[in-house]
Design a protein around this ligand. Sequence first.
Ligand code: GTP
Ligand code: MG
Length: 201
Amino acid sequence: MKIKSANFVMSNSDISKCPKGNIPEYAFIGRSNVGKSSLINALTNKKSLAKTSGKPGKTQLINHFKINERWHLVDLPGYGYARVSKTSKKTFQKFITDYFALREQLICAFVLVDSRHDPQKIDLEFMEWLGTNGIPFNIIFTKSDKLTKHTLPTHIENYKLKMLEIWEEMPPYLITSSTNKNGCQELLDCIEEMNIKYGGF
Ligand code: GTP
Ligand code: MG
């Protein structure tokens, strides 16, 4: 798939105010600072479509972007940001879980994990929650430019082994970098396939 247009639609913390209609959508979720917003910019070739930061906690709302006038990409706040207070963590969890539980237009969640890190409890638990709630998801390994050709496959294999302790099979996954754009075309093609298969295209 080629990106012809990518436009900001709206920001929300209230799922009932998210865009109406039945255009298919895909959401990026994962720990703060994992690279969700950067990946949206890399995919769309727009440097500042989604707001990014070196400090965790930049994205605070549910942000909808309309792509090629036909589908939505959704940038979500990150989880696991230690400096957020307990109360705002709860509020956060509520609107994020509401989003996943209630958003009928959601075709697939992309759970982003940093390809440099060992499997993290918070990600594994979130994926289990998605699984329990019947929400389809793919894993996206981010920042692959930060690993060497040798260490990257070892890290991915390690992650797979951990997943296989919990899951019958490894969920579909892609390896990406927003810096050198590795994996970006594959991700767009993967979304296009799902648009055709499940999105009524
Ligand atoms: P929150 O909005 O806080 O949840 O974070 P986020 O997941 O949206 O992360 P964001 O895209 O803001 O990126 C966080 C930091 O990681 C920024 O400094 C980015 O430049 C950097 N970053 C993101 N993707 C990549 C990548 O593929 N490679 C490298 N080297 N750095 C990246
Ligand atoms: Mg962000």
